[in-house]
Design a binder for this molecule. Structure first.
Ligand SMILES: C[S@@+](CC[C@H](N)C(=O)[O-])C[C@H]1O[C@@H](n2cnc3c(N)ncnc32)[C@H](O)[C@@H]1O
Length: 261
């Protein structure tokens, strides 16, 4: 295996991989044989995200299984998890809309014993999230497939205490400037939020008064450029908005509350 590891480092370096030694070691961990290692190294050298190649990501202390074509949870999304945990009491209903792998909801549930539901439009993401729910002892049937709220069981209407919605929020014109790993290996539907990046957020905010419990929170990532418009969208739907920033995580979140009964 030592020769294969050396080969892996050389191949990854040649492909422009900055952390070739570290990545080669991670790939070796994931590979039961040299042949598999060579194969994983080729995928990585071709630009596939490391997490998709090894089949998992470590997010907020949680191992989340991934598969090709599923959005890789970003470190900055730890802000949404932290806000969800601060807001949720044991027994609260937490919905992870646009859940991808299911990482955010599952990470929040590690800290507080919530009733968790996930939902996504993409069948590959739904399968992946179901797999992660199963691995963490939850019912995979609580991951629903469909377009935003239409995926959710009707019984959840008006009962959601915390709604995490890490929707696609990259403005279409910025997509070409994303790192190739995201552009080429994550589905366009997981990234592209339309002209100003807020198309999905608009729809989520419009539905939030119906789905949130009184006092319930909607938590979404946004960019600095989207802040003013996002606040206008939320207040236009009769909800309150606060924007929070975490410089260490390079993250910004809009916290929306349903105040009326
Ligand atoms: C930015 S990714 C976030 C995934 C996950 N929440 C995370 O942070 O790792 C956005 C997700 O939204 C899903 N999505 C896009 N359009 C959707 C829609 N109309 N309804 C439900 N999910 C949608 C994509 O499939 C993708 O998994």
């Amino acid at each position: 295996m030592e020769d294969a590891l050396t080969r892996a480092v050389i191949r990854l370096r040649a492909a422009g991989c900055v952390f070739a030694e570290e990545e080669a070691a991670i790939l070796r961990e994931a590979a039961p044989t040299e042949a598999v290692l060579d194969d994983l190294v080729e995928r990585r050298a071709a630009g596939e995200p490391l997490e998709q190649v090894v089949g998992h990501a470590d997010f907020c202390g949680l191992r989340v299984h991934l598969r090709p074509g599923v959005f890789v949870p970003r470190v900055r999304s730890a802000l949404l998890v932290r806000l969800a945990v601060e807001a949720a009491k044991p027994g609260a209903v937490l919905v992870d809309l646009c859940c991808g792998s299911g990482a955010l909801g599952l990470a929040a549930r590690r800290s507080v014993d919530v009733t968790l539901h996930g939902a996504d439009l993409d069948p590959v993401a739904v399968d992946c999230a179901r797999d992660n729910y199963r691995r963490h002892g939850l019912d995979p049937g609580d991951v629903h497939r469909g377009d935003l709220y239409t995926a959710l069981p009707g019984a959840l209407r008006g009962t959601v205490d915390v709604l995490i919605a890490n929707v696609p929020y990259v403005a279409t014109r910025h997509i070409p400037f994303l790192p190739a790993e995201a552009r080429d290996h994550e589905p366009r539907e997981a990234l592209d939020g339309g002209a100003d990046g807020l198309d999905l957020f608009r729809r989520v905010a419009a539905g939030a008064p119906d789905w949130l419990a009184p006092g319930g929170l909607l938590l979404s990532e946004i960019t600095e450029a989207q802040e003013e418009t996002a606040v206008r969208i939320v207040t236009g739907n009769g909800l309150t908005a606060t924007v929070l920033q975490d410089d260490d995580l390079d993250a910004r979140a809009i916290v929306t509350r349903r105040t009326h009964p």
